[in-house]
Design a protein around this ligand. Sequence first.
Ligand code: ARG
Ligand code: ZN
Length: 465
Amino acid sequence: PRTAGVRTAGALALAVALLAAGCTGGGAGGVKGTPGAAGLRDPYFPRLGNGGYDVGHYGLTLAYDPATGRLDGRAEITAKATQDLSAFNLDLAGLTVRGATVDGEPAAVSRAGNELTLRPADDIDEGAEFRAVVTYEGVPETVTDADGSEEGWLKTADGALAVGEPTGSMAWFPGNHHPSDKAAYDVTVTVPVGLKALSNGVMTSEKTTADGRTTSVWHSPEPMASYLATLAIGRYDTTSATALGKVPVLTAADPQVAAETAALRARVPEILKWQTENFGPYPFGAAGAIVERDGDVGYALETQSRPVFPLGSFDTPTLVHELAHQWYGDSVSPASWKDIWLNESFATYAEWLYAEDFEHTPAQKSFERAFADEDAWAFPPAEPPTAEDLFGAPVYQRGAMVLHKVRQAVGDDAFFEILAGWPAKYRHATATTEDFTRYVESVAGRDLGDLWDVWLYGDGKPAQP
Ligand code: ARG
Ligand code: ZN
């Protein structure tokens, strides 16, 4: 693929190709392509992600040395061009790029802020698959979010932890870091012997070599948004189990918190079984949980197949919440960060359902409690005013209230059909808020415009719960 024909054919063929492409000038390279956009115009992060291509696979080969804090990386990105490309961008925060190739040929590299631009020797044709390889190194950055939380690359007492919702993942590998471009991942990580490296999906090999380093390989075949990629390096106690008769479950905990978290970690299979009954088939080929000490990470995150928790958030409701995200957020991902309420509303509602089924607390009670919470009314869930608000109470509490109002409007049969039907319809894809309202109305068989106007988009607290 690409424009190899133009480059290797003789001068006559080159002239013909130029004419066919409608070009009147320009040298070899840059024949007809234009640079891919530096961002995808996300309402909160306009420069996040990049235009002109779709990533299908990330092959990350990483080596980390906790003693120096240094990461050595090689990212092999397989993508398909969605336009003729003379150049394209990747998002990368910090680190030093040593070099890049596209389809095996050196590419010119330039950087401005978090935008890394690769200019291949030849243009890439629209529709062509290409393979970009970036080698890089350095001490990765910790990113401070708009809401003050820290993510990206977090140093821990004996290693490091990578989590990144919404934008931290660009601190440890270059890529198309917008949730609308999901891809499969294979991650190979080398760490000093004695430490473990855990990531998403299934570990397919682990070997220790004579030079005292351990390399493990992690395979995630289902599409994953980059904010859901994780890497946990350090000392861990692990347990293995099976869920749903077939899904390997790997849980891990920092040794200092392993004993006190063992009982709840052992409940991952039974919670997934209850969720499968309500939400439909589990979307991934692996499952688990990683529990860290409190100082090591500031928030729990639904990292795909294997969510991460600080000890202080590792409780039943939060475990139910992060596992529910595997359906809502991880399999069906937000098309833009404006759609984040689609993730958090369902994950919060899963907690309400769990309380209803196992703790004698009807969802109506949880609704009333949320309704009484003044913080939940700061803004409409589908319209967080700024990036600082993406994980605010209205997104979670008022988002779950929207789902409860849907349940009241359509009745339990249709509501449970929606709970399982929504992640089935958008399995391993992305969806917008309008996709959701349209889907609910299609199941309900009627217009629910008033409900959306008041509960999803309306300012302030409605007079009637
Ligand atoms: N999605 C996570 C949860 O399960 C929260 C992520 C918070 N991120 C942040 N930057 N505040 O609720
Ligand atoms: Zn959540």
